[in-house]
Design a protein around this ligand. Structure first.
Ligand SMILES: Nc1ncnc2c1ncn2[C@@H]1O[C@H](COP(=O)(O)OP(=O)(O)OP(=O)(O)O)[C@@H](O)[C@H]1O
Length: 252
């Protein structure tokens, strides 16, 4: 079958960002949302991006997703033909479609001509198994809790078998307990699949728990990269890079 031929071909790309800039024009003047950022996002690892509100995190993510064009600089990837999968703060599920139909829609959008209906169903089942919600396949979004809806939106990204996942504060609207569970779940899934993930968060503890590298942004610039396994005190280092006393939040 086509899928079994292609099943193992997910490539987790390395992304090279070179001197990337994006300025928006406002009535009060230009805003340099991304200001000369150079960064390597390693293959098969989780890289977190932290920084104050308005420092340019989402703009950088949109540039990586191809949703915005940079003014200058470039992004190079091992497999540029395949765009990344996206997970947002809200699940963005269509309320009139079942869980299965929502995932199917995402799969059809990827326009993989090698996939037949059986392959699609297998991919949906596998993704739902990974987030442990296979029993909810025929449910509607209104029947899910907030945490379940976010797990379905993760499944929607996973079923596309993209090697590169962009996640913009995916757990920030969830309560602390659900959030911790999903952090562990995401880490386990990433270890299993080996995707390259860029994860935006305001939560320094979340960034340190999840990521191999935490990148700190300030006013459009990258001010530091912290390797969580090497740094003796990654949280303290990140706080210092953000100009915070240890224990304060970087968020809104
Ligand atoms: N489409 C746009 N048009 C004009 N200005 C924009 C646009 N998108 C972002 N900006 C500006 O660029 C700057 C960076 O915004 P961005 O959303 O990337 O920040 P952020 O770090 O993701 O913030 P938050 O953590 O609050 O989501 C802000 O000053 C914002 O006003």
């Amino acid at each position: 079958m086509a899928e079994s031929r292609r099943g193992a071909d997910m490539v987790a790309p390395r992304i090279d960002i070179e001197n990337l800039s994006k300025t928006f024009l406002h009535s009060k003047g230009p805003v340099k949302a991304v200001d000369g950022i150079s960064l390597i996002i390693p293959s098969g690892q989780i890289t977190a991006l932290v920084g104050d509100s308005g420092c340019g995190k989402t703009t950088l993510l949109k540039l990586l997703a191809g949703l915005l064009k940079p003014d200058s600089g470039r992004i190079r990837r091992d497999n540029p033909e395949s765009p990344p999968a996206l997970v947002f703060q809200d699940s963005r599920l269509l309320p009139w479609k079942t869980v299965e139909e929502n995932l199917l829609l995402a799969l059809k959008r990827t326009q993989d001509i090698f996939l037949d209906n059986q392959d699609r169903e297998a991919r949906i089942d596998e993704a739902l198994r990974l987030v442990r919600l296979e029993a909810w396949k025929r449910s509607y979004p209104r029947q899910l809790s907030g945490g379940m809806a976010q797990r379905i939106s993760l499944a929607r990204a996973l079923c596309q078998r993209k090697g590169f996942l962009l996640m913009d504060e995916p757990f920030s609207a969830l309560d602390a307990i659900t959030r911790e569970k999903l952090q562990r779940e995401l880490k386990n899934i990433q270890r299993k699949l080996g995707n390259t993930i860029l994860f935006i968060t305001h939560d320094i503890a979340e960034a340190v728990f999840l990521a191999d590298t935490v990148c700190v942004m300030k006013q459009g610039k990258l001010t530091g990269e912290v390797r969580t396994s090497i740094s003796g005190d990654p949280s303290g280092t990140i706080h210092r890079l953000l100009g915070l006393e240890n224990g304060q939040d970087s968020g809104h």
